[in-house]
Design a protein. Structure first.
Length: 253
């Protein structure tokens, strides 16, 4: 993944996609997503966790430790890795764009080369009707601030790659330090929502900064639910994280 990304068309099995879509509907329509966001915006680390997290939804939990995905991450990371966070959303015509940014979190070694990978799952694929994913190959090597290109909004940049045609169940693996954006579509919307789930994973070897104040509860529930089937002892281990400190929330695709 020298360019900073890997596109896997139709990567997820149909039965997993079929289970995920109604869970995303529930997550959005019943207000669980908004409650999760509110909990993440808490000013301190002692606030109670939300009553429901994405990984507690059966298909989301299965996706998080999907074994074919784990095997690819094994190759990309070269050493064990730990789950960082998961989130889901349903995008529509009014969702809007996201300016150029990256999502790499710091670690206590201050080592920007220690990889963090985001898995972007497009349950219904991409057809260009609800925005484009735009990537800037090689930009993960810059060691830049997350918002170093935010002033450019979603402007076209030399060397960019536009991803706007993917079949259902496709996944884009991305070095979390890669600059990317969600650019508005230039064609009329179809009215079809874009189901989007992303999960991030970090190579072990440093203490990573959590982005959710309830991160310990999140990892504990993943262990209780045995989401990794007992195969990956580091995947939900708390010892790979530093203490939570409130910070500006990372933008998501």
């Amino acid at each position: 993944m020298e360019s900073g990304y890997l596109i896997l068309p139709g990567f997820l099995p149909e039965d997993l996609v079929d289970g995920l879509a109604p869970e995303v509907d529930r997550w959005v329509d019943e207000g669980w997503r908004e409650r999760s966001i509110a909990a993440c915006l808490s000013p301190g680390s002692q606030a109670p966790p939300p009553p429901l997290m994405e990984l507690e939804l059966p298909s989301h939990g299965r996706l998080l430790a999907h074994e074919p995905l784990m095997r690819i991450l094994d190759e990309l990371m070269a050493t064990p890795f730990v789950f960082h966070h998961l989130h889901s959303d349903r995008h529509g015509d009014v969702t809007g764009s996201k300016p150029w940014h990256h999502n790499h979190e710091p670690n206590d070694r201050d080592d920007p080369d220690l990889p963090m990978v985001h898995a972007l799952h497009y349950l219904g694929g991409l057809d260009g009707s609800v925005g484009h994913l735009v990537l800037l190959p090689g930009s993960h090597l810059e060691h830049a601030d997350k918002r170093a290109r935010a002033h450019l909004d979603t402007a076209a940049l030399p060397g960019e790659i536009v991803v706007d045609r993917l079949p259902p169940g496709s996944t884009v693996l991305m070095n979390s330090a890669l600059f990317h954006a969600r650019r508005p579509s230039d064609i009329p919307g179809s009215g079809k929502p874009r189901y989007f789930v992303d999960a991030s994973y970090c190579q072990v070897g440093a203490l990573w900064r959590p982005v959710k104040p309830f991160w310990r509860h999140m990892l504990a529930r993943a262990r209780e639910l045995d989401l990794d089937g007992g195969r990956r002892p580091e995947l939900f281990a708390e010892r790979h994280f530093d203490e939570y400190t409130p910070a500006e929330r990372s933008p998501s695709v």
